[in-house]
Write a protein that binds this ligand. Structure first.
Ligand SMILES: [Zn+2]
Length: 655
């Protein structure tokens, strides 16, 4: 027996190279967790101390049985046993790494009797004081929190290198890639109640203790598990079984119950509004528990800041954000935290959709603009106290002042989804959302798949690739310089716009930017153009007389852009005057003459209709240029005069 164990350990140790997943790097494991069955002895409340507790990890060996791994932080493991045929077979365990490592965990070998495909049950008996993520600047968010007599868990941390924080109270493979059913029983003193996710099952209490059991057959990522233990005398449980096909349960502070009821008055409408956009609500209940810190989208039991509930604000934007996570993040979960943007961008965008539900398109656009302003003027503005760096949305840098949840994945994320919606239209945009939610229901997704689905759905492979690369994989936003010539035409005014991106190359070149331009005058006209090049000339006809041009004030889209300066508008001089820049004949096929007066400063640039620069011409006088190699189409000569005014002359090449 001893020898067998020795050999087993030898064989097992040789497989140490197999790693557990990192928060931002999924590594496939030989096991798949199917269920967590746990008994948690919260006997010492309000002290956050667990008496002898147990968690059984039910897992299937998806490959050759090797090592079962679980995370646990700050708690003491007493025993590990495989449960097999009514027997408990003790098994050794080892820790891997140190608690400061992102991947610190416990490793337990398979038994020799295990085979590929077997379902096994590993019971871990443990106890100790539950803690939270290490405090940074006096703030600890993720993990177990105590506030007065209330003890509750928040599933992720802001500054912890391991991100997912359920390992502070439950032994589990604490990685979003492995979703599992759960069945959690909490033992608490008789003066307490417990709120948690899933369906609540009645359990017989004892003279000393009360038991609360919550289970769900809907798989959950471990970071979405929670509990809140609250003295019964301080809580009001507000139930609504009538408004929706599934119950709504709110655990309010008793002193705030009236305000909480008011804050959540529109919750049924919120759920049905999101169902219209995203498909049926995916779980068995809608729950919120008021805690001091929050908000956190735990599956069916959202931890919600009591201070917000107390405000009585019926719009309750944060409640909408967390509710949207039940679809984005909870029902469909990122494979690892590189795609945390998927959760937060959709949830933040859903805040704007909720505004749209209540106040129409103008309310939607106003909310989108508010997010864009917050991002550009605070979080992405060097020198601002809230500056977090200029980060990518996907796989962002987590070095302070960034964190596990920087604003780029919230405010910029919402703006990016709004631009995508405008670029491809409502029907394709929401069809994409539903396709993602339907195909990956209760599972995991990663960036490439999101991109492929959109590409497949729209048939616009090139556009989708560029959009994802520019906005989600890349960092920054365009800073535009817009100069316009305005001249009369047979159909009102014609505007020839020269639009340049002036941001440094490190912040990207944008070729998928929908931009709404407003030509402001007595009768303002709004037009959406797509910016596709670093420099581009756009001609718009049938405009009314306008004096200035503005962006992001029209009725259809708000874009993540800044202007380098106010757009310039130059009126073309009256007929007969000599223009500083002229082309003739127009149209042409073989040759075009370019006349450059001494007013022009610097070279004249020639662009094709897609905005690519094809020639530079310098020097005053008349230049003959061969157009034989040019494709049929419209071309633009663009230059500035000594007063820095823009001059544009268009010509057409015929074939
Ligand atoms: Zn969120």
């Amino acid at each position: 027996m001893r020898l067998v164990w020795g050999l087993l350990l030898l064989g097992w140790c040789s497989n140490w190279a197999q790693e557990i997943s990192w928060p931002t790097r999924f590594i496939e494991q030989p096991f798949d967790v199917l269920e967590y069955r746990a008994f948690l002895a919260l006997d010492s409340l309000p002290a956050p101390v667990l008496g002898e507790s147990a968690c059984t990890i039910v897992a299937r060996w998806r490959g050759a049985p090797d090592t079962l791994r679980f995370h646990l932080r700050g708690l003491e493991v007493l025993r590990c046993e495989y449960l097999q045929d009514d027997r408990a077979l003790p098994v050794s365990w080892q820790t891997r790494g140190t608690p400061t490592d992102a991947t610190f965990h416990y490793a337990v070998p398979a038994l020799p009797s295990h085979h590929e495909g077997d379902t096994v049950a590993l019971r871990i008996t443990f106890r100790g004081t539950m803690t939270g993520e290490p405090s940074v600047g006096g703030v600890s968010w993720g993990g177990v929190q105590r506030e007065g007599a209330i003890v509750y868990a928040l599933g992720v941390g802001f500054y912890n290198n391991y991100v997912s924080a359920t390992q502070h109270w439950l032994p589990c493979y604490d990685h979003p890639s492995d979703k599992a059913r759960f069945d959690l029983t909490f033992r608490v003193p008789r003066s307490y109640i417990v709120a948690s996710g899933g369906q609540e099952f009645p359990v017989r209490d004892s003279a000393q203790w009360r038991l609360f059991r919550f289970r769900s057959d809907y798989p959950a990522a471990t970071y979405l598990l929670t509990f809140a233990a609250i003295p019964e005398s301080t809580v009001a449980i507000l139930r609504d079984e009538a408004s929706l096909p599934y119950p709504i349960v709110l655990y309010a502070r008793r002193v705030d119950s009236t305000a909480t009821r008011r804050s959540f008055r529109l919750l049924p409408q919120m759920v049905t509004a999101f169902e219209r956009r995203f498909g049926a609500y995916p779980f068995e209940k809608v729950g919120y528990v008021m805690t001091q810190k929050g908000a956190m989208e735990h599956q069916t039991m959202i931890s919600y800041p009591a201070s917000l509930a107390r405000s009585g604000d019926t719009v309750n934007l944060v409640a909408a954000h967390e509710l949207a996570h039940q679809w984005f993040g909870d029902c469909v979960t990122p494979l690892d935290f590189r795609d945390a943007w998927f959760n937060e961008s959709f949830a933040t965008f859903a805040e704007s959709l909720w505004r749209e539900e209540l106040g129409g398109t103008s309310a939607y656009l106003q909310e989108q603009q508010r997010k864009i302003n917050a991002y550009l003027n605070q979080y992405a503005k060097p020198g601002n106290p809230l500056f977090e760096g200029i980060l990518t949305m996907y796989d962002f840098d987590r070095t302070p002042p960034s964190s596990n949840y920087p604003h780029v994945i919230y405010e910029k994320g919402a703006a990016v989804l709004g631009m995508l919606r405008a670029a491809i239209g409502d029907s394709l945009f929401f069809a994409w959302c539903r396709m993602v939610l339907e195909r990956y229901r209760y599972g995991n997704i990663a960036l490439d798949t999101l991109e492929q689905l959109l590409s497949q759905l729209t048939g616009q492979h090139d556009f989708v690739t560029r959009f994802f690369s520019e906005w989600i994989r890349g960092k920054g936003w365009p800073v535009l310089a817009i100069d316009a010539l305005s001249e009369p035409s047979a159909f009102g005014r014609i505007a020839t716009l020269h639009i340049r991106q002036t941001q440094p190359d490190s912040l990207g070149i944008y070729t998928t930017l929908p931009l709404e331009l407003s030509f402001i005058g007595a009768d303002t006209v709004h037009r959406i153009v797509t910016i596709t090049a670093r420099e581009q000339t756009v001609v718009l006809d049938s405009l009314n007389t306008f004096g200035t041009i503005a962006v992001n004030i029209g009725p259809r889209v708000r874009s993540l852009v800044q202007l380098a300066q106010a757009p310039t508008v130059t009126e073309v001089r009256s007929e007969g005057a000599i223009l500083p820049l002229q082309v003739f004949p127009n149209p042409t096929s073989e040759t075009v003459m370019l006349s450059i007066s001494s007013e022009i400063a610097g070279p004249v640039m020639l662009y094709d209709a897609r905005g690519s620069c094809i020639w530079h011409v310098g020097g005053t006088g008349v230049h003959a240029l061969s157009t034989q190699d040019l494709a049929a189409g419209t071309y633009y000569a663009v230059a500035r005069d000594r007063a820095h005014r823009l001059h544009i002359a268009a010509f057409v090449v015929l074939r």
